[in-house]
Every structure is written in structure tokens, then in C-alpha cells.
Design a protein around this ligand. Structure first.
Ligand code: NAD
Length: 508
């Protein structure tokens, strides 16, 4: 149990963002900051009856909201985006305090919410369907996109608010209501976001009560959403282990799931790569966010002709970062904050132990700053040079741990690249257009970048991955279609007896 109390400034920040914090206080969960293990709040989980009431309210809210014209629904999101702009700094600080990412990235996370609001507002005047040419005279065929129902959103700790906004902003303009079960490691940012949303929704004509609600809890509470037939879509972000539990349960009740699961992302560095472009991309991708992004660079596959140079350059950067850039995520000179908890640090050590007998060289990996922050788990980013991919490399280690592995031919690199069970993000560093196109065609990931790292996507594209990453797509492009149901409608406007499709005659 944590005994260190958060400083008064942290408490003030929390109360500024969640004025009604006392409503959620209890003894089920001690929320601590990964920065130093200090206690931020004690919360209670929603009971099963409370979750039931929230689901029933979301169903009622959906019945009302679906009738509101989509551009008006967009107006709510426009106002919410403005509210986020007003509170960007506070919310970013709370993100940093609760999940440990550096403040610059906390701000980036809130900016991502604002960006998706803007995107959703524009979308609210689109949500286009098709008109289709009919084979019969005086018939018109249309594809209509209709609101789907209450959407269950289960989110992970590492993007505690942005991923919710990718889902909810689109779902809300599509005419759905939302139920959000945030990670039990980051419930305060969820309560803060919900309070900001409510402050807008309560004054918005036509926005029903229960349009968006938060359910506090862990696996059991998330599971109540997963098993409820009134929720046609479960959008779940987290580990592959979670997806394996959630996916079949939703499928068993013929619901839809949108799964955004683990990654094991690689970058290929070819002989023609511009290392001035490649090295900074590898560094941000592998040590940024303390390696706790689903898109973090886990594997760097380097052409044998460059491996010594790349490894030595990375090694000196890692040593510099490890000695002077790991620290308090609120400090502007810090580049790498803490890991979320001790379990994450232990996972990193386990992966390092598995690699040790095979490694040509290992840089970093040890705990740092334990004297200053006994309750925080800070790691010196680890770089592991291997001769080939070993079994443990196939698993996602959610920490700043990067494997550097040589290859001889691009075909061999591609084979190694695709060999892992996950399929989220990928990158190639090359100045050869043929290599770039070969890579895009052969990467089995949902994201394939050229001369850009694996990490740090813009909201305009569809985000998600294949294989054990779950197949879901969120955010930009036509991801909105996941939050609506498609209806094909044929209308006959002639006066004669209507013709049957395929020329079938049925004369009575
Ligand atoms: P996690 O799987 O431990 O938890 C994620 C969420 O799922 C939490 O809210 C948790 O309470 C809930 N949950 C877990 N098991 C459940 C079950 N059986 N039923 C219902 N709910 C359940 O993940 P985490 O540690 O919070 O996040 C890290 C993982 O998330 C990494 O694997 C990372 O790659 C992945 N992630 C993926 C994406 C993506 O878009 N692909 C984005 C962010 C994080």
C-alpha cells in the first residue's frame, strides 16, 4: 500500500479538473503516480447495479441522440474540442502525473483529442453513403449509414484519453452513445475528461443524460460491458491477452468488436538509408514514451554493411539518454519518464534475461533513480544486439527495450519482419524507391512508413493492425463506418407492376 502522498499542487490539479471527485472516492483502488509512487486518490469501482443503470441510460440516450441531425451532433463535438483547448495544459499535466509520459507527450495526447474533434466535426456533415445503379427500371438503390447504438470503449493506460476520443468523438457524431471503462491504472484522466465533456453536454440543447459515461473498474467491470447484448460494438484497446478474452465473448453474442491490441514493430535500415533521418526516428520510436506505445520500435533490422555503425551510434545515444535524460516527466529536460509500475520493469528484466545468452552486446536495462524515487520504476533504455531473432523477440515487451539485428537481403529482412505474431506498425529507411515499394507491398502491418519511424501516427489515417493486433481500425479515413450500421435500400418509383431482380418472372 502506498504511503507517500501527492504534493498539494497535484491534489489541486485533480480537484480543478474533477470538482466532484468525492462522488467517486472509495477503497477499491489506490491510484498512484508512476513518477514516484505517490498516492493521487482512492476510488471505488462501479457496482454491477450501477453499471446496469449506466447501460440502461446509454440505451435511452441513444434513442434520443440518434434523432438529432448529424451536423448538430458535430456542434457538440466542436464545443467539446474548444473545452479541451481551454484545459489542454491541465489535462496534459494530469496525463503526465497519472501515466508518466513526459509533459511534451502529454500535451501531444490532448492535442490528438482536439484534432479528432475537428475531424469529427467535418465528418458530421459527411457520413456519405452510395447511390447504386439498379438493373431494374424506375428503381433506385441507396446505401444508408445509420446510428448503431451504445458503444463500449475499453482503454489502455498508455494513451489514457486520446484513444477514448478517437472512438467517442466519431461515435457521437455518428449518433451513438458511449460507455467508457478506462484502465484501472489511469481512472483520473478519464474522470477529468468526462467532467469536461459533461460541462459542455449539460448546456447543449438536445444532448440527453447518459450520452457518455465512465465506468470505474478493472476486468470484471469491463467484462460486464463485453457481455451485454445491448451494446452492439465493443472497442477495446490493450494487450493481446485482453483481446483474446474479449473478442470471442463479443462474437458469441453476435456483437461487433474493434480490437486495438499489442504491437511488435520493426524498422528496416537498408544500405541506402540516410542515417541522419534513421537514427532520430529509431530513438523516438524506441525510447520515446519510455517504450510504452503500441507503436514503439522494438526491433531494428539493419543491413549487415551498416550494423556496426548503426549499433555504435545508437549505443552512444542510449548511454547519453540513460545517464542524463531519464527522470521526472514534468521536467522539460527529461526525454524518458518512468515505467507504469514494477510489473512493467520486471517484464523488461525478464526479456533481458532471455536475451542475455544470445546477445552480442547489451547496453543499459538497469533500474535508475531508485534512491530519488523509491516508488517509481525508471529504466535505463536497453539496446540488445543479436545475431538473429530469438523466440523472446516475438513477444511484445512494453518497455524501452530494442533489439538490433543484422540482415543480408531485403527478402530476409522482410521474412524476419513478418515472423512475429503482431502486425501493427512498420518502417523502412531507404532512399531507393524500389525498396520502399517492395516494403509497402510486403509488410504485413496496418501501418507501413517510409523514412518515418514506427511511432507517432496522425489522426487523419486509419489506425490499427493485423494478426494479433486485432484487425481494428480507428481514428481517420473511413473508420467512422465501424460506429454505424449499413443499410441497403431499394426504392421503386414506377407505376407498373415492379420487376423482380435477375429478371425472374412470377406472374400470378
Ligand atoms: P491491458 O490489456 O492490461 O488492459 C487494457 C484494458 O482492458 C484495461 O481497461 C483493462 O481493465 C481491460 N481488460 C483487461 N482484460 C479484460 C477482460 N478480460 N475483459 C474486459 N476488459 C479487460 O493493457 P494495458 O497494460 O493497459 O496497455 C498496454 C497494452 O495495450 C500493450 O499491449 C499495447 O500494445 C496495447 N495498446 C494497443 C494500442 C493499439 O491501438 N493497438 C494502443 C494502446 C495500447
Amino acid at each position: 500500500m502506498s504511503t507517500v502522498q501527492a504534493p498539494p499542487a497535484a491534489r489541486e490539479l485533480i480537484l480543478r479538473l474533477i470538482p466532484q471527485l468525492s462522488r467517486f472516492e472509495g477503497s477499491d483502488l489506490i491510484v498512484t503516480s508512476p513518477t514516484n509512487g505517490a498516492e493521487l486518490a482512492r476510488l471505488r469501482f462501479d457496482t454491477s447495479a450501477e453499471i446496469e443503470a449506466k447501460i440502461a441510460a446509454a440505451v435511452r440516450a441513444f434513442e434520443v441522440w440518434r434523432e438529432v441531425p448529424a451536423p448538430q451532433r458535430g456542434e457538440l463535438i466542436r464545443q467539446f474540442g474548444n473545452k479541451l483547448r481551454e484545459h489542454k495544459e491541465d489535462l496534459a499535466r494530469l496525463v503526465t502525473l497519472e501515466c508518466g509520459k513526459i509533459l511534451e507527450e502529454g500535451r501531444g495526447e490532448v492535442q490528438e483529442m482536439i484534432d479528432i474533434c475537428d475531424f469529427a466535426v467535418g465528418l458530421s456533415r459527411q457520413l456519405y453513403g452510395l447511390t447504386i445503379q439498379s438493373e431494374r427500371p424506375h428503381h433506385v438503390m441507396q446505401e444508408n449509414w445509420l446510428p448503431l447504438g451504445p458503444v463500449g470503449i475499453i482503454s489502455a493506460f498508455n494513451f489514457p484519453v486520446a484513444v477514448w476520443s478517437w472512438n467517442s468523438c466519431l461515435a457521437l457524431v455518428c449518433g451513438d452513445s458511449c460507455l467508457w471503462k478506462p484502465s484501472e491504472k489511469t481512472p483520473l484522466t478519464a474522470l477529468a475528461t468526462q467532467a469536461l465533456f459533461e460541462s459542455v453536454a449539460q448546456n447543449f440543447p438536445g444532448a440527453p443524460e447518459g450520452l457518455s459515461s465512465v465506468i470505474l473498474g478493472a476486468v470484471e467491470q469491463g467484462n460486464q460491458l463485453v457481455e451485454d447484448r445491448r451494446i452492439p460494438l465493443i472497442s477495446a484497446t490493450g494487450s493481446t491477452r485482453m483481446g483474446k478474452a474479449v473478442g470471442p465473448k463479443v462474437a458469441a453474442r453476435f456483437g461487433r468488436s474493434l480490437l486495438e491490441l499489442g504491437g511488435n514493430n520493426a524498422m528496416i535500415v537498408t544500405p541506402s538509408a540516410d542515417l541522419g533521418v534513421a537514427i532520430p526516428s529509431i530513438l523516438f520510436g524506441s525510447v520515446g514514451t519510455a517504450g510504452q506505445r503500441c507503436t514503439s520500435t522494438r526491433r531494428v533490422l539493419v543491413h549487415r554493411s551498416l550494423i556496426d555503425k548503426v549499433f555504435e551510434t545508437l549505443k552512444s545515444a542510449y548511454l547519453q539518454i540513460g545517464s542524463s535524460k531519464v527522470g521526472d516527466p514534468l521536467d522539460s529536460s527529461t526525454l524518458v519518464g518512468p515505467l507504469i509500475d514494477e510489473m512493467a520493469f520486471d517484464g523488461m528484466q525478464k526479456a533481458l534475461d532471455a536475451a542475455r545468452p544470445h546477445a552480442v552486446e547489451i547496453v543499459g536495462g538497469q533500474r535508475v533513480l531508485a534512491d530519488r524515487y523509491p516508488g517509481g520504476f525508471y529504466a535505463h533504455p536497453a539496446l540488445v544486439r543479436l545475431e538473429k531473432q530469438i523466440a523472446s523477440v516475438h513477444e511484445e515487451t512494453f518497455a524501452p527495450l530494442t533489439y538490433v539485428i543484422p540482415y543480408d537481403t531485403l527478402e530476409e529482412a522482410m521474412r524476419m519482419h513478418n515472423e512475429v505474431p503482431q502486425g501493427l506498425s512498420s518502417a523502412i529507411m531507404t532512399t531507393d524507391v524500389r525498396e520502399a515499394e517492395y516494403f509497402k507491398r510486403h509488410s504485413d502491418c496496418g501501418i507501413a512508413n517510409v523514412n518515418i519511424g514506427t511511432s507517432g501516427a496522425e489522426i487523419g489515417g486509419a489506425f490499427g493492425g493485423e494478426k494479433e493486433t486485432g484487425g481494428g481500425r480507428e481514428s481517420g479515413s473511413d473508420s467512422w463506418k465501424a460506429y454505424m450500421r449499413r443499410q441497403t435500400s431499394t426504392t421503386y418509383f414506377g407505376k407498373d407492376r415492379p420487376a423482380l431482380a435477375q429478371g425472374i418472372r412470377f406472374d400470378v
